[in-house]
Every structure is written in structure tokens, then in C-alpha cells.
Design a protein around this ligand. Sequence first.
Ligand code: LLP
Length: 428
Amino acid sequence: MINDLTSKDNHLMIGGVDSVDLVEKYGTPLYVFDVAMIRNQIKKFKSAFQKENLNYQISYASKAFAIKAIYQVMKQEDVHVDVVSGGELYTALQAGFPSEKISFHGNNKSRAELLMAVKNQVGLIILDNFHEIALLSQILKDTDQNIKVMLRLTPGISAHTHKYDQTGQTDSKFGFDVNSDQAKQAMQLVLSDPHMELLGIHAHIGSQIFGTQGFKLLAKKMVDISKQFQADFNYWPKVINLGGGFGISYNDNDDPIAAKTFISEIAAELKKACQDRSIPEIWIEPGRSIVGPAGYTLYKIGSRKDIPNLKSYVSVDGGMGDNIRPALYQAKYEAVVANKMNQENVETVHIAGKYCESGDILIDSQAIPKTSPGDILAVLDTGAYGYSMAMNYNRNPRPAVVFVENGQDKLVVKRETYEDLISLDLDY
Ligand code: LLP
């Protein structure tokens, strides 16, 4: 959604900076992030928890967008981060992010990744399966180190979202099943390991979720499971981690729920379910909702194809390599013409990318002012799972990333060059 003012030249402004100037300075395609929006969303989550008088932690799910600069923003905002690979962990550490505020996720962490996490003393490892418990246990024994862990549970809750974005249903690849005795067995192993400190339990039901119902069910289920663990092991969790997944608005049909509504409904459910027991600290792991709305992708418009009485394609100089989401999830975005804001001569077109795939359509149908080559298209709300899922298909270099804040712009990721593209290739 457009939050910014339009300049007097009818240009799209982002964080107080003219998007047309950004294109002149850095070229296209270009990812631009309005950093104030990121900070603001974190504040909204924090104040929602404070209002409910809950102990909480916000852990940014960095898979949504993982570059050094974003870990530095998260450090400034004093939140935790989640990583899901050695690469994300390395980036966070290189950015100077404090390791004790890092949680390490993943359903198949390797020995090398676990060792890296232990050596760097990350704050938390979220255990997903029995193989990982065994691997970690051996590493901790060999290195004589201790570490905090949580158990990821599969709560058997199906979120209403794209099937690739569901993770909490019983047949999910993630976590310990709560319907069999797997979760109980995992508890036994962890509680008896002298090097592991069990901080609590975790579940994540999916991504781009609009209703509060799934989260309310989850909150109740996590408390019920905790009561069972209390009965079986005399263990009551210090933390219940409810994962991320809070939906954002990509287009007019999306109706996202405000952070404060999500949190207040979850809080009510928890307070009711815990009865006279102490309410555990609540952790959430938002990714998309923190960075998604703050991101814009700027493209130059190039060719056009008009098929008489059928449709018109307008092509841009990027596409599925910088935003795979329309092709992969049929995600629907909205765009504006950044150098022709407030223009009325509108037509409906199909916005195509430049990749050699018929499926490389960024926006299936969009009303925009009449364009000509060289105009700038800004696709909105591309901050999450855009750059982080970018690729070099067709050997297109990945775009640069610019942060804007208080009217200042700063390059935070350089544009890939053709030399970069062949830098790992060897002759044969
Ligand atoms: N926590 C866990 C354990 C997760 O698996 C995820 C996302 C999150 C938190 C953050 O979810 P978020 O708040 O960003 O919805 N590439 C897909 C999304 C995959 C999400 C994977 N897990 C997309 O572009 O829609």
C-alpha cells in the first residue's frame, strides 16, 4: 500500500526520497526499503504486548530478508532474530548482531551448522527432530558446552493460507508430532541431557495468515500441551513461542489484522487457558509483517505487446528472478508508475518480466497510466521474500538494495555485475 506522499512533480516518494532520483542514481531493477516503516511495525508489536502486560520477545524471522544491514536495524531496535541456515547465521554475526539474541531454526540443520551455532553460543536452538537432538547432544558433549533449546511441535492446526505456506498441519515436514508420543519422547531426551536447557515449546502454523482463529487455537493448544508436560515431567515452559505468519496487504482483496488485535486475542486466550498457572513469556517470529510493506521494487518499463481485442503486455527489466512469488504462489501485487503518480489516463495491462518463461508475469492485470519505454514501475510491498528468494535465472544479475530514512538514501547491497555472475565458474 502507498503510505508516502507524492512529490510536486508527481513522483513516488519513499521515505522522503524521490524514487525517480533513486533510479537515476542506482539504476534498475532496484529494491528500496523505507526503514522507518520497519521500525514502526516493530514498535506496534512491542506496544501491543506491553498493553497486554505480557512478558514477550519479538524475534524477526530473517528468512524474509537477510542482509547485513537488516540485522543491524534489528540490533538497533533491540529485538531477537531467527536464522534458518549457516548462511543466515554467518550474515547476522558478520553484521555484529549479538549471538545470544539469535534463534536457530530448520528441519535439517547439518552437524557443521549446529557446531557453528554452538561455537558462537547462539541464544537458542529450536530442535525439530530426533536426528537433530542426537547430533546436538553429541556436539555439546564433545565441546563441553551448554545451550538453550526449544522443541518445535506440530500442533495439528491448518492455517488458511497457500498450501506452501502451511506448516502446522499434522502432515507437515516440521517439528515433533503432538498426536503421537513423539513430543513426549523428545521431552524426555532433552530434559535428561545435562548440556541442554529447555526454554520452552515452539510452533509455527504458517505464513500470510489473516484470521486470528488459528493463533487462538494455537495458544490454547500450546497451553494444553504444557499442562500435559507438567503432569508427565513436572515441567512448565518459561517460554511459549507462537511463530510468525501475520498477513499483510498486497492488494485490495487482502484484509490484514492489526498487530494489536492479533496480540490481544492471543493474550486473552492464553490468560484463560493458563488459569492459575504462571503465564509463560510469549515469543513471536514475524518476518513478512515487519519488512514486507516497507519494500518497493523499481523497474524500467521497456517493450510492449498489444494483442488486438485481447490484452496488452508491458514488460519491465526484471521479473521472476527478483520476485518469484507471483510465479510460485500466484501472489498478487499492485504497482504504480513512479514518475506518473496522479495521472488519469489509465489503461489495464499485464505486467510481464523479462525472463524466458511464459509464467514470468509480475502482475496479471493492473490499471496504470499510459506508459512509454523508460517510465518507472514501482511494485509495492515487495520487502519480504523478494530479495531473499532472488536468483540468477537467465544469468540476470541480482538488483541492488537501497535503504531510505529521513530523506537520506544509502546503498546496502551492491548490484551484481556480470563478473560476479562468473566469479565461481571454472574453465573446462
Ligand atoms: N517462524 C518460522 C518457524 C517460519 O517457518 C516462518 C516462515 C516464520 C517464522 C515467518 O513467517 P512470516 O511472519 O514471514 O509469515 N516464501 C514464502 C514464505 C515462507 C515462510 C516460511 N516460514 C512466501 O514468500 O510467501
